[in-house]
Design a protein around this ligand. Structure first.
Ligand SMILES: Cc1ncc(COP(=O)(O)O)c(C=O)c1O
Length: 446
């Protein structure tokens, strides 16, 4: 299975159509960064400045960002940059000294969670947070087995890449890992699954039994609550409930990966798990948490952390340092002050309506899913066989939009799901701009 990113990415055969300045920069980059890195788009983009939902190339040409969820409150947001600059000019140490801001930020962050989730441990990246959550889950349950979805991505460490099947067949899954189908409403043959939650829970049950048959006790079910890398599965809200009950019955914990859906992106709720009316045992946070400043973490029930804390001390050199916490606090303030969740809900609905109109005119558009400003749109090969994924078409559309200075990407195990996930200040006017460009690119494909 090629990784989806490969499909939209630059590869050497595209170099000839690039200007000499870009070609040189790619060569220089490759010389020092080596071959593991990828560049988005057949014609890679080079940005020198960002503001709100716009990125600017060296000639000052603006590109509409409909993809990035790290600068979630907007590129280079002045409230965040001022907080970071102020803090960097005052003090930047670590969590082994008393410092009020770190505690204040933890309090403000935890106030956005249900009261059961009342401890936070800071890390620098989502991968570290996933890794830490795995360690805690093993300690709390005594189990070692993990259940994840078929195209899950939870990060890059040795342990975490082993629970991230979306990295592809050359990155081995652990022998203690079982994958289950994502909670899709459609089967491969196009028939509809009525009880998405029941079917998903049954897969969890099946995986638990299979682990047991191999002498492995389950530690956790880990799920991204919007299933980003699986192709974005959002509805019906509540479908995670039976799976969470199932994993707990089996002696495991439920870890909600909120790295992608968290921090208000889904509009109605701050956290993706809240749409499902569940309280996880742990949640993993990252990406938008510092609007680009590295800060991530695990939010957990104190009872789940208790044993782990007795056995192991926790220190993460940069995790939760004052500058990162200043960024984190400023992000929470912007989300509230600019009513970004209400905006995500309003503009997200408007965008989905626009996409549904496009779907009625374009038979290559399959299901449109999502919540708030996190939308997935299937591209399918043929309307007679409406569910056959078309990664090639998705790639042409992603690259076609890039040529029109609009940035998105594609996701899912086949790379055929357009991932529409702009910074949260995205307006209805921005949505119209995106829909017009998408409509033109789709027309070119007919
Ligand atoms: C759902 C999810 N979990 C975890 C991670 C890992 O986060 P990081 O790249 O900060 O290590 C990612 C990153 O893409 C992610 O999408």
């Amino acid at each position: 299975m090629p990784t989806p990113l490969m499909l939209n990415a630059f590869s050497p055969e595209h170099a000839e159509s690039l200007d000499s300045r870009t070609r040189e920069m790619i060569a220089r980059r490759q010389r020092v960064l080596g071959p593991s890195y990828r560049l988005f788009y057949e014609h890679p983009v080079h940005f020198v400045r960002g503001e709100g939902v716009w990125l600017y190339d060296p000639d000052g040409v603006p590109y509409l960002d409909v993809y990035n969820n790290v600068p979630s409150v907007g590129h280079s947001h002045p409230h965040v940059t001022a907080a970071v600059a102020r803090q960097a000019a005052t003090l930047n140490t670590h969590t082994r000294y008393l410092y009020d801001l770190v505690i204040t930020y933890a309090e403000r962050l935890l106030a956005t969670f249900p009261p059961e989730l009342s401890n936070v441990m800071f890390t620098c990246t989502g991968s570290e947070a996933s890794d830490l959550a795995m360690r805690v889950a093993k300690c709390f349950t005594g189990g070692t087995g993990f259940i994840v979805t078929e195209a899950a991505y939870h990060g890059i460490t040795d342990a975490v890449s082993g629970i991230s099947p979306s990295l592809g067949v050359h990155v081995p899954l652990g022998a203690n890992v079982r994958t289950i189908a994502p909670p899709a409403r459609y089967r491969a043959d196009g028939s509809i699954i009525e009880d998405v939650g029941g079917v998903f829970a049954a897969s969890v049950e099946h995986a638990v039994r299979d682990l047991r048959r191999h002498g492995i006790q389950v530690a956790a079910l880990i799920a991204d609550t919007i299933f980003s890398s699986d192709g974005m599965y959002s509805d019906p809200a509540g479908f995670l409930k039976p799976a969470v009950a199932t994993i707990r019955q089996a002696g495991g914990v439920f870890i909600a990966d909120e790295v992608q859906p968290g921090f208000g992106r889904l509009g109605t709720h701050m956290w993706g798990f809240q749409r499902h009316d569940i309280v996880p045992d742990m949640t993993i946070l990252g990406k938008p948490m510092g609007n680009g400043i590295p800060i991530a973490g695990v939010v957990a029930k104190p009872s789940v952390l208790e044993d782990f804390s007795k056995r192991a001390r926790y220190f993460n050199t940069f995790g939760g340092n004052p500058v990162s916490c200043a960024a984190g606090l400023a992000v929470l303030e912007v989300i509230e002050n600019e009513r970004l969740m209400a905006n995500a809900e309003d503009v997200g609905r408007y965008l989905r309506e626009g996409l549904n109109k496009l779907a009625s005119l374009n038979s290559c558009i399959g299901e449109i899913r999502g919540a708030g400003l996190f939308i997935g749109m299937d591209l399918v090969a043929d309307d007679q066989l409406a569910r056959i994924p078309s990664p090639a078409l998705a790639s042409r559309i992603v690259n076609g939009l890039r040529e029109r200075h609009v940035l998105i990407s594609a996701s899912g195990p086949h790379g055929h799901v357009l991932k529409i996930r702009p910074p949260l200040p995205f307006s209805r006017e921005n949505a119209d701009h995106f829909l017009a460009a998408l409509s033109q690119v789709l027309a070119e494909q007919r």
